[in-house]
Design a binder for this molecule. Structure first.
Ligand code: UDP
Length: 234
């Protein structure tokens, strides 16, 4: 399968048409952004890590009953995916306090929750991806009630599956963001699952093994992405 014209270039990926209107090719970049694009940089090798890691995880999730956009990996950076219409909702689940949760509620990072939390952000860069409650998503017709139920069901499976998967690799799944799209009218998991979109802390040291190393200038950014991929591939 070959890349035809470029359809779109986002912050972390380029998307190309193929000769099949139902399939696209995504090409993962090394570009990194944070704080809604305010901080920009490059993480050498990130594109390959995020591509390969997402594909491993999407195939695992398919086995657990979550349909995904994954079709076939073409190279270290390129993957054939189903052409979906992305729902403009970022779905965030948390097992431990961190990031915007800790900031919003004025609590420390590292509080282990009895139950995972579930939230939506409105995927809209101009507005800075604001937190959004379900009734507002329904009011704006961003998704139907049935689609939201499906999203919640799939997100819980993703959390349970990935918590166990990462723990086995010596990583605690603190929180993550996922995105869904519509393909032939059905909700499927799209976008990526990587150290850009998950918080992962080392089980033994609690060291941050994710994009917070870039966001917070913690150093060893490239090395950490490679280490996460190495563990995920074991
Ligand atoms: N996240 C993401 N993209 C975003 C916002 C958040 O992938 O635009 C991920 C982030 O990496 C973390 C989780 O979602 O794993 C929760 O992020 P949070 O709401 O704490 O926001 P942040 O602190 O990243 O601004």
């Amino acid at each position: 399968m070959e890349k035809l014209e470029q359809l779109y270039e986002g912050k972390a990926k380029k998307v190309f048409k193929t000769d099949d209107p139902k399939l696209l090719i995504v090409d993962y970049k090394d570009d990194a952004t944070a704080f809604n694009g305010e901080k920009k940089g490059q993480i050498a090798g990130k594109g390959a890590v995020n591509n390969v890691m997402s594909n491993i995880i999407f195939q695992l999730l398919e086995q657990k009953g979550v349909p995904t956009h994954f079709v076939e990996q073409l190279s270290q950076r390129e993957t054939v995916v189903k052409a979906v219409k992305i729902l403009p909702l970022e779905v965030i689940m948390r097992n431990v306090s961190a990031g915007s949760f800790a900031k919003r509620y004025g609590v420390e990072e590292g509080i282990v929750f009895d139950q995972p939390t579930f939230e939506f952000s409105y995927k809209n860069d101009d507005l800075g991806d604001p937190l959004m409650c379900e009734s507002h998503a329904l009011a704006l017709k961003l998704a139907t009630a049935e689609q939201i139920e499906t999203i919640k069901k799939y997100a819980s499976i993703v959390n349970e599956t990935l918590k166990e998967f990462f723990l086995d690799k010596g990583l605690k799944l603190i929180d993550f963001k996922i995105e869904f799209g519509l393909f032939d009218g059905e909700v499927i998991l799209a976008d990526e699952i990587s150290p850009d979109t998950c918080r992962l802390w080392d089980v033994k040291t609690n060291e941050k093994m994710d994009k917070d190393r870039f966001r917070r200038d913690l150093g060893n950014v490239e090395e950490t992405y490679q280490e996460v991929l190495k563990r995920v591939q074991k």
